[in-house]
Design a protein around this ligand. Structure first.
Ligand code: DGL
Length: 266
């Protein structure tokens, strides 16, 4: 198992926020990333469709013999993780639990949660947060325009700023002290969101907590890769459409070159 890769999937480039954190913590590990760009966005789809797409993605990664799957998509994590955990023989980890854990640890007052329409209407974050703190005060809001803005690469664009103001200033007015970025695309907008909300509202990105969890699962199973570092150029990136766009926006976000993005049908 040690030399097998870590599999990661998202609907698009959002999961790169998780890939980045995993790679920083575990540079020796090889990663295989799948962005289902042909069927993006997931956030406006039904639970059944998201479960089906998530299964397709997981089986694609399984065919590449990965040792663990990180569901780096909140919309998929909201609906599909228990199903994948039942069906697969390898560990499958979602991003909701880690995000909720970080929010409860940090917040002293009201927790804002933003995500796609699918994630927010699933109430997966509300359940996960309330399980950890039954008295938690939560304000949840879907922000469906953020994903296309990120996929377009409009990270600091004036239009993006206006959309952030429209969605998030009402949460600030309602007194949130923390904001769960409940979509893996949103951390890409962290700087622009901080510009609008100010530094006093803590932005919570589940990538770090997810990374710690993946590390401890692999460690406890004795599955961490031994020996020589795997260079980032050896990681594999697959998308189901528009490889050039993924490469371009992904390189801006990761601030490094992505050697190759391969288009596949799944
Ligand atoms: N990045 C994904 C998430 O965390 C999905 C975005 C989308 O495809 O709508 O929810």
């Amino acid at each position: 198992m040690n030399n097998k890769a870590i599999g990661i999937f998202d609907s698009g480039i959002g999961g790169l926020t998780v890939y980045k954190a995993l790679k920083e913590k575990m540079p020796d590990e090889k990663m295989i990333y799948l962005g289902d760009t042909a069927r993006l966005p997931y956030g406006s789809k039904s639970a059944e469709t998201i479960i089906k797409f998530s299964e397709d993605n997981a089986f694609f990664l399984l065919d590449r013999d990965v040792k663990i799957i990180v569901v780096a998509c909140n919309s998929s994590s909201s609906y599909a993780v228990p199903n994948l955990q039942d069906k697969l023989d390898i560990p499958v980890l979602g991003v909701i639990e880690p995000g909720a854990e970080a929010a409860v640890k940090w917040s002293k007052g009201c927790i804002g949660v933003i995500g796609t329409t699918a994630t927010i209407s699933s109430k997966a974050y509300d359940r996960a947060i309330l399980e950890k703190d039954a008295n938690a005060n939560i304000i949840a809001k879907d922000c469906p325009l953020f994903v296309p803005l990120v996929e377009e690469g409009w990270l600091q664009h004036p239009v993006t700023r206006l959309v952030i103001e429209e969605y998030l200033l009402p949460l600030k007015e309602q007194g949130i002290d923390s904001l769960v970025l409940g979509c893996t695309h949103y951390p890409v907008l962290k700087n622009s969101i901080t510009d609008v909300l100010g530094k006093d509202i803590k932005l919570i990105d589940s990538a770090e907590v997810v990374t710690e969890k993946v590390y401890s699962i692999l460690k406890s199973l004795g599955w961490l890769r031994q020996g020589r570092s795997v260079g980032v150029q050896e990681d594999e990136f697959y998308v189901t459409d528009f490889p050039e766009r993924f490469k371009k926006v992904g390189e801006i976000f990761l601030n490094r070159k992505i050697e190759k993005v391969t288009a596949v049908s799944i």
